[in-house]
Ligand binder design. Structure first.
Ligand code: G3P
Length: 218
């Protein structure tokens, strides 16, 4: 399973990279705004800074909602770095853009996926990744994990190359369940990634090991 971090915060990206387990970064306009990054030049510079930190794919989202605008943005974003993956919203104009970009061998991440049909459509268009938002589905009393399961079944049936990128991940159980279902990628905040390491028995066990060592090495 590839681990992406879902943030535009450079300090968090550096910390995740330093763990040695980071495979990429996903951003969105809200995450960029959260970091106070605005204006095309600053936004592009920020993407470059992210690309300079990580080894893997960096999703950069288009703002346009029409085909021509998306393609124009995608072509500019691609020039920032080879690591850039174009994040396209799940709308019909977006599907056309994904098809076009796929033919040009440009990687895409179809975002705002909330149904299996949307994932199927994006896969048909050749998306590199589909991003089902599991946490946001949970927020409206619908199982986000169930959606991952459905998409996995459909993609397996037809051997689609499109990778499931579980997004809007909120906690460790989301990550673990997605791993069990075979989502190729998950993107999560740094806190959820780091929480995977936590177990009270590990803390207790380590404290005892160190204490016993100290006692016998006085
Ligand atoms: O980057 C897309 C997605 O992961 C957003 O998550 O927490 O805003 O629902 P969230």
């Amino acid at each position: 399973m590839k681990f992406f971090i879902d943030t535009a915060n450079l300090i968090e990206i550096k910390e995740a990279q330093s763990l040695g387990i980071l495979d990429g970064v996903t951003t969105n306009p809200s995450l960029m705004a959260k970091e106070g990054i605005s204006g095309k030049k600053n936004i592009f510079n920020h993407y470059k800074s992210i690309c300079d930190i990580v080894d893997g794919d960096v999703s950069a989202e288009v703002i346009s909602t029409n085909f021509n605008g998306m393609i124009e943005e995608a072509e500019q974003l691609c020039k920032i770095d080879d690591k850039i993956v174009i994040k396209i919203p799940m709308i019909l104009e977006g599907i056309k853009a994904i098809k076009y970009l796929t033919k040009k061998k440009i990687k895409t991440n179809c975002t705002l996926i909330f149904s299996c049909g949307q994932a199927l459509l994006a896969a048909k268009a050749g998306a590199t990744y589909v991003s089902p938002f599991i946490g946001r589905l949970d927020d409206v009393s619908t199982s986000g994990l169930k959606l991952i399961e459905e998409i996995r079944e459909v993609f397996n049936n037809y051997s689609f190359q499109t990778q499931i990128l579980a997004a809007s991940v909120r906690h460790t159980m989301h990550i673990i369940e997605c791993a069990k279902m075979g989502a190729e990628v998950m993107t999560a905040p740094l806190s959820a990634i780091k929480n995977l390491a936590n177990h009270p028995l590990t803390d207790l066990g380590l404290a005892k090991f160190l204490d016993d060592h100290k006692k016998s090495n006085k």
